[in-house]
Design a protein around this ligand. Sequence first.
Ligand code: NAD
Length: 295
Amino acid sequence: MAVVAFVGLGNMGGPMAANLAKAGNDVKGFDLSSDALAKLEEAGGKGCASVAEAVTGADVVVTMLPAGKHVRAVYTGDDGILANINKGATLIDSSTIDVQSARDVAAAAVDAGMNMVDAPVSGGVGGAAAGTLTFMVGGPDAAFEAAKPYLDIMGKTIVHAGGAGNGQAAKICNNMMLGIQMISVCEAFALAEKLGLDHQKLYDISSTASGQCWSLTSYCPVPGPVETSPANNDYKPGFAAAMMLKDLKLAQEASGAVSANTPLGAAADELYSAFCDAGNGDVDFSGIINKLRGA
Ligand code: NAD
């Protein structure tokens, strides 16, 4: 089994690193939080005092960090991954970050003689713990093949989306669709209420008609029709509105950079910004129905 360094042992990275350790890998981790390091030790890994200590001698590095600036610093900083890792190691960044940072860091990694993929995930904390994440992977074929055995341990569905940065592109395009669709379903239910149309009736009709989509049939934003929806649990996440907003902002940033036309993505960004600014960042993203009702 391999020596795997894991940097960023938070809500997602912690259980992902634990699964790599459970599969028999020698996992060395680093995080700024001592609690996160203690949890890794409980899961059978070794907590390290720095990025350099964690990655020295590693065959594979996985990073799961908040944003592009953290990924740039951890990979390309003086005490970072590229300055301390063996040539030929495989680097996997699973953070959700902007496409340009992913492409810049991948280019620096290739210059330093490494295989690197961007491999953001969907599936949330539950999927991280269960090892059932979906990975959207960007990078050359050889880097994808080198990373795949480790992605297989942490996930269930692994899709090679193309060259460097295309994993991030897939993630933000998907989540832009999701944000727009959730707003569309919420608006329809809010209108139906005012028109005197019952929630369940609208669900029964639209879930088998042309309005059907995941936000309706798997994550219905009103209580009742879909038992597992956060709407039945007082809009506890689930997928927090602040995380949806992060992804919508990344989509708008990417859209602006390539002059794409995404007016509904921009509107979704504005609506989720207002919802989060009103103190709802920790509410499930389907809770935006309350804003759309004017509540
Ligand atoms: P988190 O805040 O729980 O974890 C991030 C961890 O990174 C923290 O423990 C923090 O201490 C650590 N960290 C920050 N800077 C560091 C540095 N310089 N060196 C070492 N450690 C550092 O966040 P999370 O929920 O685990 O999310 C991680 C990434 O996964 C984000 O990019 C997020 O958008 C993405 N993501 C999260 C979810 C989810 O449901 N939580 C789902 C899909 C994707």
